[in-house]
Write a protein that binds this ligand. Sequence first.
Ligand SMILES: [Mg+2]
Length: 184
Amino acid sequence: MMYNSNDIVEVNELLNRFLPNDQVDTVLEVTPDYLKNKGIKGVITDLDNTLVAWNQPAATPEVIEWFRVLREAGIEVTIISNNTEDRVSFFSKPLGIPFISKARKPMQTAFKRAKKEMKLSGDELVVVGDQLLTDVFGGNRANLHTILVVPIVRTDGFFTRFNRKIERRILHHFKKTGKLNWED
Ligand SMILES: [Mg+2]
């Protein structure tokens, strides 16, 4: 098969929709200083493998402290998860953090709803998550700043496993083209 340069430009543009603005090892690196330097006033965060392992029901002391520090700095947080209402509310309610479950990321609906409820503009919001195909792609589509975190554990829930196969190929491309650093 022959490719011309236009095809390659199109493929690159397509793949760039999965490229996060930043990458960090853990959500704990997303500090008030880090956010304020970028003019960010609100964080939309994923839950599974971003805040805690996908199969861990409740927040850890580190994550509880992270929420506390952000709140103290006046930064709003909303949890947006594709997981069930039971899972997401069990985690979020004790912390008093607003949440949207069954969000169907990468669809933009939940991102738009969170933006409206947080009363912030697009450039005041950041999306944090561990998946290119849902968190980063969805956040980019909604025109929000995106931060990719390394998944907390290497295992995933049933549906995520399919996405990870595609994700590995995209990550490999970003690594090869020097756009992301990634340890396999
Ligand atoms: Mg996740």
